[in-house]
Design a protein around this ligand. Structure first.
Ligand code: ADP
Length: 264
């Protein structure tokens, strides 16, 4: 794995990334760099492109222009093999091993409803990483312990609360030992009384690992606790970027202040 490249030892870099849906420009020449181990929270009005950034990193979307790099390697594109370093859109064979290093937890938990909790967490390590059953089960049990659901391993997801299902989804993402973890409004679909248990688990994860994390959330207390840096988005651009206490308590831009008032 390259450590030093033209782009330095960065975990993630968006280099002049533009994303359009039809004639709607969602990201407009975005430059963004995230260091290894850094935890960055993206905030901003709905429609400002935050989820699109995570979806590009999951290769659920493709850039319209520019390049996404992960670990210094072009991720949305691959080297053409010709001298001169021309980049061409990446194919599945190039992306699959790289995507494995990226985990995502969604607003909707997306668990496999017909499988037990344990089987949900074992699935990708077994079938994508090729772990044997015992190894995958041991890893899954460890993680179910971490999210406080050791005693639920035989249950089916439909019998769990939303908060418990989301904790299983967190364990499932961690089971792949991702180097980059993407959290997309992971508490937005939960009843208010279930939000805290999920955020507490994520606080533990953040405190106990050096996984690079990109997080989209409206939970500002949580963002303050776990983030090294908060980015305020507005219309597909970074309006300001600072340490949580600076950005949340003393923002530079009136638009940031106005946004923060709407969610408090
Ligand atoms: P945010 O996460 O900041 O709310 P998103 O990244 O979800 O913003 O969306 C940014 C804009 O892109 C929105 O206007 C949304 O409607 C649009 N958008 C996102 N995905 C698609 C898609 N698949 N097709 C068309 N428009 C999309």
């Amino acid at each position: 794995m390259p450590t030093e490249t033209d782009h330095g030892p960065e975990k993630v870099r968006f280099a002049r990334v533009t994303k359009r849906f039809g004639d709607h420009t969602v990201l407009d020449g975005l430059d963004l760099a995230v260091a290894p181990g850094e935890r960055v929270t993206l905030i901003g009005p709905s429609g400002s492109g935050k989820t699109t950034i995570l979806r590009l990193l999951m290769t659920l979307e493709r850039v319209t222009d520019g390049v996404v790099h992960v670990d210094g390697e072009p991720y949305s594109h691959m080297p053409s093999g010709r001298a001169g370093g021309k980049l061409v859109p990446a194919d599945e064979r190039y992306l699959a091993p790289r995507r494995r290093r990226v985990g995502m937890v969604f607003q909707q938990f997306n668990l496999f409803p017909h499988m037990s909790v344990l089987a949900n967490v074992m699935e990708a390590p077994r079938h994508v990483l090729g772990l044997d059953g015992d190894e995958a089960a041991a890893r899954a049990r460890d993680l179910l312990g971490l999210v406080g659901l050791a005693e639920k391993e035989d249950e089916h997801p439909t019998r769990l609360s939303g908060g418990q299902q989301q904790r299983v989804a967190i364990a499932r993402a961690l089971a792949m030992r991702p180097e980059l973890l993407l959290l997309d409004e992971v508490t937005s679909a939960l009843d208010p009384e279930l939000v805290a248990e999920v955020l507490d688990v994520l606080r533990d994860v953040a405190a106990g690992t050096d996984i690079t994390m990109l997080c989209v959330t409206h939970e500002m207390g949580f963002a303050r606790d776990i983030s090294h840096r908060i980015l305020m988005f507005d219309e597909g651009r970074v309006l300001e970027s600072d340490a949580p206490e600076r950005l949340l308590d003393d923002p530079e831009h009136e638009r940031t202040r106005a946004f923060l008032r709407t969610i408090r």
